[in-house]
Design a protein. Structure first.
Length: 198
């Protein structure tokens, strides 16, 4: 009986670890609805470099990077390099940053979001699969579907847009390395921002 229980327990742990978002391992598969109600999956992006950005427009750390134009500029710049940028909102109903599709569309437009796709994840399924901790929190998946970056947008943990220019561009450096076929330095680091409102 003990051996059966152990086998079941071991199986449960293997399922969890198989879906962990570990740098250097295959990125967890996911699918979700975009703002138009269409299903978008990671599998659809096969062969592309993919950026996942956790966003909550009511978070002052996110506001820093949107009102300054920093993230929208990056979204446009890397779209031109064939990068698929997916913004994800995992705020639960009743929590800060949660909006229905129509209101989120209006808010994303107002704040200048230029992502390839914008997914609503109110159950937190995608966020928990990646252990997304903050807004913003950025991940990069290479063309082989391997997670190669998990961390902060930059090194200045502040809400002041004036700090962007002098920050170490952790995420940008990583994305440029991926596109150049180079190894990513500092591939896992601590993101900063507001906690994801699961």
């Amino acid at each position: 009986m003990k051996s059966i229980a152990f086998t079941v327990l071991a199986g449960a742990f293997s399922v969890i670890s198989a879906f962990a978002a570990d740098v250097g391992k295959p990125a967890p598969a996911f699918s979700g609805k975009n703002l138009k109600g269409e299903t978008v999956s990671l599998a659809d992006q096969k062969g592309k470099v993919v950026v996942l950005e956790w966003v909550n427009f009511d978070c002052p750390f996110v506001k820093k990077h949107y009102t300054s134009g920093n993230i929208p500029k990056l979204q446009q710049e890397y779209a031109a390099k064939d990068v698929v940028w997916i913004s994800i909102n995992s705020s639960a109903p009743g929590k800060q940053g949660n909006y229905n599709a129509a209101d989120m569309t209006a808010r994303a437009t107002k704040d200048g979001n230029k992502a390839t796709q914008f997914l609503l994840d109110p159950e937190g399924t995608i966020g928990k699969a990646y252990d997304a901790k903050t807004t913003p929190h950025l991940f990069i998946i290479n063309k082989d579907g391997v997670l190669v970056y998990n961390g902060a947008i930059d090194s200045k943990k502040s809400t002041d847009a004036a700090d962007i220019a002098g920050a170490d561009k952790l995420f940008v450096n990583a994305l440029d390395a991926v596109l150049a076929g180079k190894e990513v330095a500092n591939a896992k680091n601590e993101p900063y921002g507001c906690g994801v409102k699961y």
